[in-house]
Design a protein around this ligand. Structure first.
Ligand code: GLN
Length: 500
């Protein structure tokens, strides 16, 4: 039998509809793959084989009975372990929630269940999504399937590695400053951060509420579009949820692949290149631009001057929200509870002991930073100034989108980094690695990373950014770019991943 784990989600969906094989067979193939590669990859914190097979059997039964099913019903999926799942342990990769079994479902998980996608498991991440390497997990590192001495990126490192290692055809991640797009780039995948408010955050363990978005990771633009379609839509449980109709992303991806890049105006962000950017990353980026130009796209240079302050503003706004959101882990309500080893047991001492034991180093660093930035006397100078920069970033993007259809840049200045960088490096240096992705979160606009070829055997990513609520445009242009790049590179780069 052909290896079912090598097929894209769309191929699987088509074959399932045609009756070539059952969802039970597809799900089993992925569970077998998980069993064989997890000792090396560690993409999952929890696997849910029984639940997956139960959903698969249910879909198979309904299909046999001729019931109306979602077009992707029966295609398995993995969820970042920040998505709350009723009855299934949800940890945020933190000791704080090591044994937490949620009493309710996140809206996105409810949608995934309604569509009939069997859940394979919950994937690894940096604790509470804070990090860029998945090394800040209380459950061990995830490795990059392209080179297992390297990190898969983060924070959705497990979500990305699971799809690149053929453990899951689709996965759901979250992106607060790049955590879908950067690991997508480092694993040779397509990853999308939707417009802020267009996918429900209800039941997503909060990192920084004004920046967090949920989105798809997949092997093709079409697969990402199909998953995005399932996830998006208004939710009355999320006060920031947009009421817009969900556009047909799959149709947009198809139209793009057909129409190509002719006549599209692409804006190259001048601030996202130059010193500090890997030579190979820039080379692949310039080749993509040349291809686009040959295909009839118009390339213009644009300035987003406020990008020069974006990372600094993010590292004030994000920790401020983190310090407030993580106040709920107090040892009283749910999650870990640790009593002090000596002295009186009071609310305060339990809280202190619980938080000292439950949070890792990076989470503590950000809580301290945020608490400081919000304290009386510093609030205006730090948080207030950062909010002003945020407004400037939004204005700069709005002005740029008056001139072009989409903005383009490399997704990250580097390819996947070796392990240990988080320990040795100055945290600021690592934080700067997110310079290309953070601005979109500050502005609330959608972004996509798609594979743009290899540099020294490691994947690079091409980032596309569109105006808020124009996520469909990412799929049109992304579909066109993917077709061009596959033609140029001789097929999807994932075909070149070393065997595990
Ligand atoms: N790497 C960034 C950070 O550490 C982004 C994280 C994210 O998007 N969740 O904050």
């Amino acid at each position: 039998m052909t290896d079912l784990t090598r097929k894209t989600a769309t191929e699987l969906a088509q074959s399932l509809r045609a009756g070539d094989f059952t969802s039970t067979e597809v799900t089993r193939a992925h569970l077998d793959r998980i069993e064989s590669v997890e000792p090396t990859i560690n993409a999952f914190i929890t696997t849910t084989a029984d639940a997956a097979l139960a959903t698969a059997a249910d879909v198979d039964r309904k299909r046999a009975a001729g019931e109306d099913l979602h077009p992707y019903a029966g295609v398995p999926i993995a969820l970042k372990d920040l998505v709350v799942t009723q009855g299934i342990r949800t940890t945020a990769a933190s000791k704080m929630l090591e044994n937490w079994v949620p009493p309710y479902d996140a809206t996105v998980y409810q949608k995934v269940q309604e569509a009939g996608l069997p859940l394979l498991g919950k994937t690894n991440l940096d604790e509470f999504a804070m990090g860029a390497t998945t090394e800040h997990s209380a459950f061990g590192n995830t490795t990059n399937p392209w080179d297992t001495t390297r990190s898969p990126g983060g924070s959705s490192g497990g979500a990305a590695a699971s799809v690149a290692a053929f453990e899951a055809p689709l996965s759901v991640g979250t992106d607060t400053g790049g955590s879908i797009r950067q690991p997508a780039a480092f694993n040779g995948l397509v990853g999308v951060k939707p417009t802020y408010g267009s996918v429900s955050r209800y039941g997503i363990i909060a990192m920084a509420s004004s920046l967090d978005q949920v989105g798809p990771l997949a092997r093709t633009v079409e697969d990402a579009a199909a998953l995005h379609q399932i996830l998006a839509g208004h939710d009355r449980h999320d006060s920031t949820s947009l009421t817009d109709e969900v556009p047909d992303f799959t149709a947009a991806a198809h139209a793009g692949a057909q129409e190509g890049l002719k006549g599209k105006k692409l804006g190259v962000i001048r601030q996202l290149q130059g010193e500090g950017w890997d030579v190979g990353v820039i080379a692949r980026f310039n080749e993509a631009l040349e291809l686009a130009q040959k295909a009839g796209a118009e390339i213009v240079e644009v300035d987003i001057p406020s990008i020069g302050y974006a990372v600094e503003a993010y590292y004030l706004i994000m920790p401020s929200e983190v310090s407030s959101n993580l106040a709920r882990y107090d040892g009283m309500r749910y999650g870990l509870r640790v009593e002090p080893s000596e002295g009186p047991v009071t609310a305060e001492t339990v809280m202190a002991a619980t938080r000292a034991a439950g949070f890792g180093k990076e989470v503590k660093r950000r809580i301290l930073l945020g608490t400081y930035a919000l304290s009386a006397g510093y609030y205006d100078a730090y948080y207030g100034s950062a909010q002003k920069v945020r407004t400037l970033v939004q204005r700069d993007f709005a002005a740029a989108f008056d001139k072009v259809d989409v903005l383009v840049s490399p997704t990250s200045p580097t390819t996947a980094l070796p392990f240990g960088v988080e320990d040795d490096a100055d945290p600021m240096a690592l934080y700067m690695g997110d310079i290309a992705t953070i601005p979109a979160n500050l502005a609330g606009i959608p972004g996509m990373s798609l594979p743009s070829g290899l540099s020294d055997g490691l994947p690079t990513g091409l980032q596309l950014l569109a105006p808020a609520r124009e996520d469909a445009r990412l799929y049109t242009v992304g579909g066109a770019f993917e077709a061009e790049l596959n033609g140029h590179l001789g097929g999807p780069i994932l075909d070149q991943i070393p065997q595990l």
